[in-house]
Design a protein around this ligand. Sequence first.
Ligand SMILES: [Fe+2]
Ligand SMILES: [Fe+2]
Length: 187
Amino acid sequence: MLLESQKKEILDFARSQVSGNDALHRMEHLEETAREALKLAEGESGDPDVVWAAAMLHDICKSKNGDHGAEGSKLARLFLSSIRISKDITDKACDAIYFHNKDFTDGPIERKILWDADKLPIMRAEGFKERMLPYWTAKLGEKEGVKKSIEEYHFYRSRFHTGTAKNEVEANSTAMQRCINNLPHEE
Ligand SMILES: [Fe+2]
Ligand SMILES: [Fe+2]
């Protein structure tokens, strides 16, 4: 069980760590991921405290060099231990953070929930247009950015882990196809 005071410490720490991230990986992204994770935890019988803490901390090393899942997991462990979060919650949250940017087929439900919660918003037309496209066009320019975003959509689409997320991705696929068809590359 997380105490209210511990939740506040996690929020404050997360905010301080992600302030230097690119605009699409700051507090708003953590909060959105946490909301998605809590919804998935309900449908999938995951531990809400674990998925919430993991979601709030999963991108704390996004702007650093190297593997931000592995680095974030290490930093999250130090922080969670320092505020006396139980070993069980810490272990499960850090496992989920470690794997959120990696391919895996099996593992604890909280690992699957965090991965899915992180990617689910960009599998919806609004999220795709507001997050995925701006992220890649800022990095690669308009034409390559659009191409890369569509590739990423297809890459992620086939990799969801939980039944709840898979169902939603499938339900969105017609609207997503329409959205993709309307992008400049199709001209
Ligand atoms: Fe990430
Ligand atoms: Fe993320």
